[in-house]
Design a protein around this ligand. Structure first.
Ligand code: 0WD
Length: 267
């Protein structure tokens, strides 16, 4: 019996086979969950449909998380089809390129609103619709990044969105806990995905991460998938409101130096 046998999961944010959400989807599928997937826009649909077919997923819906009517339709349809929802995954983020990079003080009002709406508010909108489908409790999770905690070059508007997402994780956990619904976030180390490649300087950041992280390795979609599996399963039944770092320990460092640079300290 799989860890998620008998459970249903709705996953937002598979764009292609490199998406973190796809790593999570594969892990859930292997452990027996019934999975529903959504994708943003027709172009991505072409990439997502074959992936859904790979795991025999029959619930694949187009969804722009900025549109309440899309969310209403998807949650209603999921409820009709499966009767309940056990696991909700939010793996969605967007900020305009001009609001990632450049100077922080140049973020526009509209760009700020857009990044916060898509990358953070959407989690509240999803939880609101998921709750009635979780009468026996459930597990909600989203994806965040270290830029919410410490200044990372270029993240600007996205960093603020992630900070909101992390605070929301705690408030949602407190709000939904009495209904046995847990809400957590995974703070993943840098992973080469479509969204990440849009971050100016991502390649440089990616290389320096591997050299400095205590585990001396990069994080993969599958690493995040395994952590998500734990959060989704009953093994984490009393864990809520947490930001779980899946980053090879990078966030504990005060000095992020390569091994070479660390050797310099001995001289
Ligand atoms: O290094 C990384 N890749 C990290 C990503 C490190 C730590 C956290 N994350 C987070 C991201 O910020 C995001 O919240 O993980 C989540 C998933 O991102 P990803 O897997 O890195 O990127 P990607 O495969 O591109 O999926 C994000 C998707 C979008 O893809 P594109 O590339 O088209 O923006 O979010 C979706 C879309 O599928 N998305 C939307 N979905 C519904 N409605 C919308 C929208 N309006 N906008 C973007």
């Amino acid at each position: 019996m799989g860890l998620l046998a008998g459970k249903t999961a709705l996953i937002f944010g598979v764009a292609n086979k490199n998406s973190i959400a796809w790593g999570i989807t594969k892990a859930f599928h292997t452990e027996g969950a019934q999975i529903g997937m959504t994708y943003a826009g027709e172009a991505l649909g072409k990439r997502v449909m074959p992936l859904a077919a790979e795991i025999g997923c029959e619930f694949v819906e187009e969804c722009d998380v900025q549109r309440d009517e899309d969310l209403d339709r998807i949650f209603a349809k999921f409820g009709e089809r499966y009767g309940k929802l056990d696991i909700l995954v939010h793996s969605v983020a967007y900020a305009r390129s001009e609001d990632m990079g450049g100077r922080f003080i140049d973020i526009s009002r509209d760009g700020f609103k857009l990044a916060l709406d898509i990358s953070a508010y959407s989690l509240i909108a999803m939880c609101k619709r998921a709750e009635p489908l979780m009468p026996n409790g459930g597990s909600v999770m989203s994806l965040t990044y270290y830029a919410a905690e410490k200044v990372m070059p270029k993240y600007n508007a996205m960093a603020v969105a992630k900070a909101a997402l992390e605070t929301m994780t705690r408030y949602l956990a407190a709000d939904m806990g009495p209904r046995r619904i847990r809400v957590n976030a995974i703070s993943a180390g840098p992973i080469k995905t479509l969204a990440a490649m849009g971050v100016p300087g991502f390649r440089t950041l990616y290389k320096s991460f591997e050299k400095a992280a205590p585990m001396r390795d990069v994080v993969t979609q599958d690493d995040v998938g395994q952590a998500a599996l734990w959060l989704a399963s009953d093994m984490s039944r009393m864990v809520t409101g947490e930001i779980l770092h899946v980053d090879g320990g990078y966030n504990v460092l005060g000095l992020t130096a390569s091994e070479e640079e660390l050797r310099e300290l001995d001289k």
